[in-house]
Design a protein around this ligand. Structure first.
Ligand code: SF4
Ligand code: SF4
Length: 339
């Protein structure tokens, strides 16, 4: 992987240049709520020693709500209108590895039996500049799901802050290479030191063996442990909405009048009681144990089986935000212990 160096001053100039070219830049909001657009190059947030934001940048590629089409009824027909295609170029600046990886994980499901043009247009127009994560707490477990604070997977460029105030720049993809090629005066020759800095941030100790979790889940669909886990969960869906890779959605028609309206795609979550309720009233997941089994099984068994990716980056957001203290890392560790 090619490596370059950029000074702190040049990083600001690089970000400012992207803004001038019409890119939207988003980075972690200093108040910790989520990712926010920055107005000038000096405002990109590279402080990964802080606690990760409550919300991930998932909305950039998978908005909370978006129209699939608009409809207008005439006397003898229904006219459909596509929304304008998404063409806004965006750079996610300073994403930690547990966020940077999200697009490549979700790309698998959004291009499986159907190619989701809404997701793909946004993902294709997004460049991810990842950076070394210097934070770790008891909820983090990136090292149990194949990542680490210095994983470049999912980033187009990956920055490691060096002692000289500048950054080692790992050029990961073609998109990243293009940025470097377009700015030859800003990216200089590589300097030593990135590996030493990364070594001082090894991340959380491994909590579980993901292969053991997957094996146990695949053999224990009816195990009473699922009912126990479901007893605590309130079904509020905070965990799914804050998760960088949860991607369930619902389709709803919203009429403005008898004649006009739109079909909307809205975030949904498997923890909610209505999620699998049929029009007949039957609900195949009629208690929270079954719903929690689905959440854990989808992440650690079904998705890896089908797509070769664990549907979890170990970011710890779901646990930090859960009002009743459901800890998915501990749950996975407990399952590994049962295997
Ligand atoms: S945030 Fe906690 S209580 Fe809410 S659905 Fe998730 S696990 Fe259940
Ligand atoms: S399941 Fe929890 S820990 Fe895993 S990626 Fe989603 S929010 Fe992060």
């Amino acid at each position: 992987m090619e490596e370059k160096h950029i000074t702190g001053e040049h990083l600001t100039a690089f970000a400012s240049g992207l803004l001038e070219k019409g890119y939207i830049l988003i980075s972690e909001a200093p108040d910790g709520t989520g990712f926010t657009a920055v107005k000038d190059g000096a405002s990109v947030n590279m402080n990964t020693a802080a606690r990760p934001t409550k919300a991930s940048f998932k909305q950039q590629v998978f908005p909370k709500t978006e129209p699939v089409f608009h409809f207008h009824k005439t006397v003898d027909d229904v006219l459909l209108f596509d929304p304008l295609p998404h063409t806004q170029k965006t750079v996610v600046f300073g994403a930690r590895p547990c966020d940077a990886k999200s697009i490549s994980i979700m790309r698998k499901v959004f291009n499986w039996d159907y190619k989701d043009e809404f997701f793909n247009a946004r993902a294709d127009n997004t460049v991810v500049i990842g950076t070394l994560c210097k934070y770790s707490d008891e909820t983090c477990f990136c090292t149990s799901v194949g990542l680490s604070p210095s994983s470049t997977d999912g980033s187009d460029l990956f920055l490691v802050p060096l002692d000289d105030g500048g950054y080692a720049v790992k050029v990961v993809t073609e998109k990243g290479q293009q940025f470097v090629s377009e700015n030859p005066a800003l990216f200089g020759e590589a300097k030593a030191g990135a590996d030493a800095v990364a070594a001082t941030h090894p991340g959380p100790a491994q909590k579980f063996d993901a292969a053991q979790v997957r094996t146990w889940i695949s053999q224990n669909f009816d195990h009473p442990h699922w009912a126990e886990l479901g007893q605590t969960c309130l079904g509020c869906a905070q965990c799914a909405f804050s998760c960088p890779v949860c991607h369930c959605f619902d389709i709803v028609d919203e009429p403005d009048s008898f004649l006009e309206g739109r079909r909307m795609k809205n975030w949904d979550a498997c923890q909610g009681g209505m999620f699998t309720k049929h029009a007949s009233g039957h609900n195949p997941r009629d208690d929270q144990g079954k719903r929690y089994r689905q959440r854990v099984s989808h992440k650690f068994s079904y998705y890896p089986e089908r797509f070769g990716e664990i549907l979890c980056t170990g970011c710890g957001r779901c646990t930090r935000g859960c009002v009743v203290g459901v800890d998915i890392g501990e749950i996975a560790a407990g399952i590994a212990g049962l295997a």
